[in-house]
Design a protein around this ligand. Structure first.
Ligand code: PGA
Length: 252
């Protein structure tokens, strides 16, 4: 089954109001001629309105980087999936390793967030990935499988169709160290076979698994040519329109 690739730019805590709109405009210009893949950008919360406005009618989707699982309530500093959808987002990154590492996210909170996103029709981009110590001890597949088990608890086939997975080895994020295309493909294959053990084949074959961790214009084509790598979640290289556009182009 052929899966349309997805290139998603995670802007992290960069590009506040006033900076995000111009970057979105530049991305629109650079990417429109090379839309050989689906394209998403994930700005910080406060910049979502101006990015949504800049990208209206382009087909480029806007994602949030996080959400809270309740619809509303006394949760200072949080935003609900309802609010994120109302702001014009169609997708949301969930369980990024920086959130797991610095903000105490667990597979259990990640799972609640996946359910909350689906409740309002936001497509979750669910992130999994092992640390360097876990890889060095040979535990990488077991770690990722247990993140999948936790993150996807209670998710049925119909819902799985709306989920995108992102494999991001923690040791490759922002370090300039990418997993080799063989290492990445091996993990993506392991993820797909884990899913095959739990869900119907058709749904699993159409599910997209992105790779993330120091993806840039120089390594994107090789990574994206692997049979189970269906796109990229891009951090640093997504903050410049031309490098982001070259990654999108490499998905063709
Ligand atoms: P990076 O970040 O491309 O800067 O390594 C990727 C990510 O954290 O999603």
């Amino acid at each position: 089954m052929s899966r349309r690739k997805l290139i998603a730019g995670n802007w992290k805590m960069h590009m506040g109001p006033g900076e995000a709109g111009p970057l979105a405009q530049a991305i629109k210009k650079a990417v429109m001629d090379v839309m050989v893949a689906d394209v998403t950008v994930a700005p910080p919360y406060l910049s979502i309105p101006e990015v949504v406005a800049a990208l209206r009618h382009t087909g480029i989707q806007v994602a949030a980087q996080n959400l809270h699982w309740e619809s509303s309530g006394a949760y200072t500093g949080e935003l609900s999936s309802e609010m994120i959808a109302a702001a014009g987002c169609t997708q949301v990154i969930i369980g990024h390793s920086e959130r797991r590492q610095y903000f105490g996210e667990t597979d259990q909170t990640v799972n609640k967030k996946v359910h909350a996103a689906l409740r309002v029709g936001l497509a979750p981009i669910l992130c999994v990935g092992e640390t360097l110590a876990q890889r060095e001890s040979g535990a990488e597949v077991a770690v990722v499988e247990s993140q999948l088990e936790g993150g996807l608890a209670g998710i049925h086939e119909d819902d799985l169709q709306r989920i995108v997975l992102a494999y991001e080895p923690v040791w490759a994020i922002g370090t300039g160290k990418t997993a080799s295309s063989d290492q990445a493909q091996a993990m993506h294959g392991a993820i797909r076979s884990w899913l095959r053990g739990r869900y119907a084949g058709g749904v699993v074959s159409s599910l997209r698994i992105l790779y993330g961790g120091s993806v840039g214009p120089a390594n994107a084509a090789l990574l994206l040519s692997q049979p189970d790598i269906d796109g990229a979640l891009v951090g640093g290289a997504a903050l410049k329109a031309d490098s982001f556009a070259r990654i999108v182009e490499a998905a063709g």
